[in-house]
Design a protein. Sequence first.
Length: 302
Amino acid sequence: MGAEARAAAIAVVDLQKSYGALRAVRGVSFSVEPGEVFGLLGPNGAGKTTIVEILEGYRHRDAGRVEVLGVDPARGGRELRRRVGMVLQECAVEPYLSVREVVELHGGYHAKPLPTDDVIELVGLEEKADVRVKGLSGGQQRRLDLALALVGDPELLFLDEPTTGFDPSARRNAWEIVRGMRRLGKTILLTTHYMDEAQNLTDRVCVVSAGEVVRIGTPASLRAESAATRIQFLRPEGVEVPSVGEAVPAADAGMVAIMTETPTRALHELTAWAVGHGLELARLEVTQPSLEDVYLELTGGE
């Protein structure tokens, strides 16, 4: 794969996988650098799960080349899995053991596990260390899943939609855990349907749709590709608002929303009109496209 590809934590070149007549993955290529948080994004059916399962060594590919930590996952076996941690969408954990007992048990599967109390502290379960798993909330059980992925001190972590079903507070706490993993130098491949999560956590993202890569870049660079800026404000009563851009649906009734590729000119015209009419543009906001806006554009609104 060349010197640069060998240095990557994950290197994928022209990956292909079909299920009968369905081409689930069509020539996907990307790389993940050591210590990077890399987001794999795409709608349901885009091929994300197949790609991740091939990287984890649980599914065979039809064609293409793949390396995970310098090893072909199809032949990596136990040695590769010792270096990798996984948080799947659903994990089965012994319900009648305590948090500490479960972490210690899983730590025993590894040659050099991290200290149990350190792992429990990292995922924020200190106060639940002696509570049985069946007594944990859904969010606490998800933290335990993260602890089990970490206890073997892996170099690479696969986090498959780790905050699905979390309330906003639990999601933000989980984000801090991921940031803590990054500070430990872990390489992370994250799949998520939450674009704010990808925007806040990832160094780069790969957007896939219909089994193909449609864009790779940092969240900031993907947002910058969209030239349109959104301007919105509360519609003044009794006057006709001038047209300074493309009118788009507004989230709230009574609001005016405009998309424009020349925001400086549009704002100048709009505010000059308002001042000339003695109006105050209440709730005036000027915003750049979010990663979610760009994602929906790239995937056709899915």
